[in-house]
Write a protein that binds this ligand. Structure first.
Ligand SMILES: Cc1ncc(COP(=O)(O)O)c(C=O)c1O
Length: 416
């Protein structure tokens, strides 16, 4: 066993060198070889995903249908893409909607759901969320004359407690929009408990899983989400978006659509021609995730084993970074919730996070600074215009990356 292989508590092992071999951008070379801590903005893409996109585009390809091989290739990309997401989220393939981005899908769904809202209805959003799970709902509510209620989080602990959501629920609540994990500070609220309360109040729950899906295995039913959105480019896939729901939840909804376009579910929600090549990339990304720990058996089972191993791997590396940050005078670590992803946000008493980011970049260590569209959360944390330095771990992060980060940080902000 080499030191790149870590045993996990489930009896498997995680071989990060094997994983990294699939990322040409991580190799030494001109413009390459950065230590990437920028995954929360979009992970690096493995060769197999790029290959799947290339293979789809260079094979015969037409609009999906059954007569020519070009049509069948398109059809296959679509059905395989839906099946892959179905395994990833534990949802029916017929409930998987593809779109350009999570933002676009959420804007569209908010407009559709708001057709049924009026002045007596209430919509709940949280201050912890990325703006993509806030503004679509506040805009739609405003147009419908519905009331927006805000669930706050505690900036001291970073927690969005169930009670903070309960406080703004009522028998008028139609929809609650909440994140499964904050892309700013990593907090993972207790979504199943929130779901129970929302459903007891008679509302529906829309869960932003964009940051969460990269790090933790998802089971939509166990989360209690009526809708769950994620973005494949955050979990090693190509740039597109996914909205998932049980088909019976989607069935009564009437989104705007073209007259000749399918009225079936989920096609009704997909405007225009699907990006077949990207969907092939989505399938390759889910297969790659399932194979992070090589094994046999159904893809869903392999995903669970692999993602559990990744979680342990990332948590171990996170603790290394965290130990450094908490022991360095003048560093404020904003990621403090009891349950969180391996994403750390820091500010500095004597340094502008943008300067720290530039210092790291000059040493080929990529960790961006800002507020990352978590607009309300950044304001609540008092981050100001320069935001914080965000350090995100990914399945390809290794100890050497962390050594490079800590060394560059020590030069920049002090510490061991
Ligand atoms: C938590 C979270 N939600 C939503 C989004 C928006 O996703 P998309 O770029 O697919 O619209 C992001 C993107 O950074 C995110 O991190």
């Amino acid at each position: 066993m080499t030191d790149t292989v870590s045993p996990t508590s489930t009896g498997t092992s995680y071989d990060v060198a094997r994983v990294r071999a699939h990322f040409p951008q991580l190799r030494e070379g001109e413009g390459l070889g950065a230590a990437h801590f920028d995954g929360p903005g979009g992970m690096q893409t493995p060769d197999v995903v790029a290959q799947a996109v290339y293979d789809t585009l260079t094979a015969p390809l037409a609009n999906d249908d059954t007569v020519t091989s070009a049509e069948r290739n398109a059809s296959l990309a679509l059905t395989e893409g839906r099946a892959a997401i179905a395994d990833l989220l534990q949802v029916a393939a017929d409930g998987v909607v593809f779109g350009r981005s999570m933002t676009q899908l959420t804007m569209d769904l908010a407009r559709t759901l708001a057709q049924g809202w009026g002045p007596h209805d209430e919509v709940v959003v949280s201050r912890l969320d990325h703006d993509a799970n806030v503004r679509p709902w506040t805009i739609a509510a405003e147009r419908a004359g519905a009331t927006v209620r805000w669930a706050d989080f505690d900036p001291e602990t970073g927690e969005l407690d169930v009670e903070q959501v309960a406080a703004v629920l009522s028998d008028r609540t139609r929809l609650v929009a909440v994140t499964a994990a904050s892309n700013l500070i990593g907090t993972r609220p207790d979504v199943p408990a929130i779901a129970e309360l929302v459903h007891a109040a008679g509302g529906q729950l829309y869960v932003d899983g964009v940051h969460h899906t990269a790090h933790v295995a998802v089971d939509m039913a166990a989360l209690g989400a009526d809708y769950f959105a994620c973005s494949p480019y955050k979990f090693l896939g190509p740039h597109c978006g996914v909205l998932a729901a049980r088909p019976e939840v989607l069935e009564p909804l009437r989104p705007d659509k073209l007259a000749p376009a399918s009225d079936g579910v989920p096609e009704r929600f997909e405007l225009g021609t699907p990006a077949y090549e990207l969907l092939a990339g989505v399938t390759a990304a889910v297969d790659f995730l399932a194979d992070l720990v090589p094994g046999k058996g159904p893809r869903r089972e392999r995903l669970l084993v692999s993602l559990a191993a990744v979680e342990e791997h990332e948590d171990r590396l996170r603790r290394r970074v965290e130990d450094f940050l908490v022991s360095t005078p003048g560093v404020v670590l904003h990621s403090r919730a009891a349950r969180r992803t391996p994403t750390l946000l820091a500010t500095f008493a004597d340094h502008d996070p943008q300067d720290v980011r530039r210092h790291l970049a000059a040493r080929n260590v990529n960790a961006p600074a800002g507020s990352f569209y978590a607009y309300e959360a950044a304001r609540r944390l008092g981050l100001g215009t320069t935001g914080g330095l965000r350090i995100g771990l990914a399945p390809y992060t290794d100890d050497h990356d962390v050594d490079r980060l800590l060394e560059a940080l020590a030069e920049s902000v002090g510490g061991a």
